[in-house]
Design a binder for this molecule. Structure first.
Ligand code: 2HA
Ligand code: ZN
Length: 271
């Protein structure tokens, strides 16, 4: 059995959490990541028969039975993941009842997965139903995106449109737009259900005045989606109070989308 601390998926979790922490997106225990792994990847490092603990997940995730997921721990700081992955991360498998997580590795101090597990697992289910390649769900509190939540209408068409206007690449990177939820109590099944409903349509969902969720086929795609929204929000926040002289026009966005061959939300433009 190989040393799990050297596994590429643990390495990816370490690098990504460090990166997000340094960008200021994950203060204190803010943010969480869940990354679905292939059984064969994990079997090189862990005895899959050996369950350390069984932890109830608080809802039924039948479509995910047997799936193995590496998830950040509740109350844990992204800042600390790289130095001590075994305490700050865990690898769980959804048990045959669909309601229990079997801990295969991690949460060494007796901890458990993020309080946002419902939003993560429900989002995985929603994304997998539209894209079987989806493996990553990421949540964080990016500064400018959050700032924008306080000064911009929380309407998904208007919010997406403003972001698309802020960087030429935006409509190409997230042509499906950004879903927006109003402020809701976090850590609950209800916010999980609302997020998952949006995730059937969008790979990005803003949690009003809280943060953002991203989903993608790998860590780079998911990180890149959030990073691009955050960049656009930064440009918006740097310019929103200044007279606007130039803008990317809707007709130019169509040009971009057509040139790069992306299927974009036409109803989010004003043509
Ligand atoms: O787990 O970000 O939404 C910390 C959070 C809650
Ligand atoms: Zn949060």
């Amino acid at each position: 059995m190989r040393d799990i601390r050297t596994a590429p998926f643990v390495e990816e979790m370490r690098k990504t959490t460090v990166n997000m922490y340094r960008l200021g997106w994950d203060e204190r225990n803010g943010g969480n990541i869940s990354y679905m792994l292939n059984e064969y990847e994990v079997a090189e490092y862990l005895d899959l028969q050996k369950v350390i603990r069984r932890i109830p997940i608080g809802f039924e995730a039948k479509p995910l039975i047997g799936k193995i997921i590496i998830v950040t721990g509740t109350g844990k700081y992204f800042k600390n993941v790289a130095d001590d992955p075994e305490t700050n991360l865990g690898i769980i498998r959804i048990a045959a009842d669909g309601c229990t997580a079997e801990l295969l590795w991690g949460y060494k101090d007796g901890g458990k997965f993020t309080s946002e597990l419902p939003a993560h697992l429900m989002s995985h289910m929603a994304r997998l139903s539209v894209n079987p390649e989806n493996r990553v769900v990421m949540h964080c509190h990016p500064t400018y995106t959050l700032a924008m939540n306080y000064v911009h209408e929380l309407d998904e068409k208007k919010f997406t449109h403003t972001l698309w206007e802020m960087c030429t690449e935006c409509i190409v990177v997230f042509p499906d737009g950004v879903g927006v939820l109003p402020w809701m109590l976090c850590g609950t099944n209800s916010i999980g259900e609302a997020t998952a409903e949006k995730m059937k349509e969008f790979r990005l969902v803003v949690w009003g005045m809280h943060g953002i969720y991203g989903a993608g086929k790998d860590m780079d795609e998911t990180f890149g989606l959030i990073e691009t929204v955050e960049k656009a929000a930064q440009i918006y926040m740097l310019t929103a109070h200044l007279p606007r002289i130039n803008t990317i026009k809707d007709t130019e966005m169509v040009e971009l989308a057509e040139f790069f061959g992306v299927d974009y939300r036409k109803d989010f433009l004003n043509l």
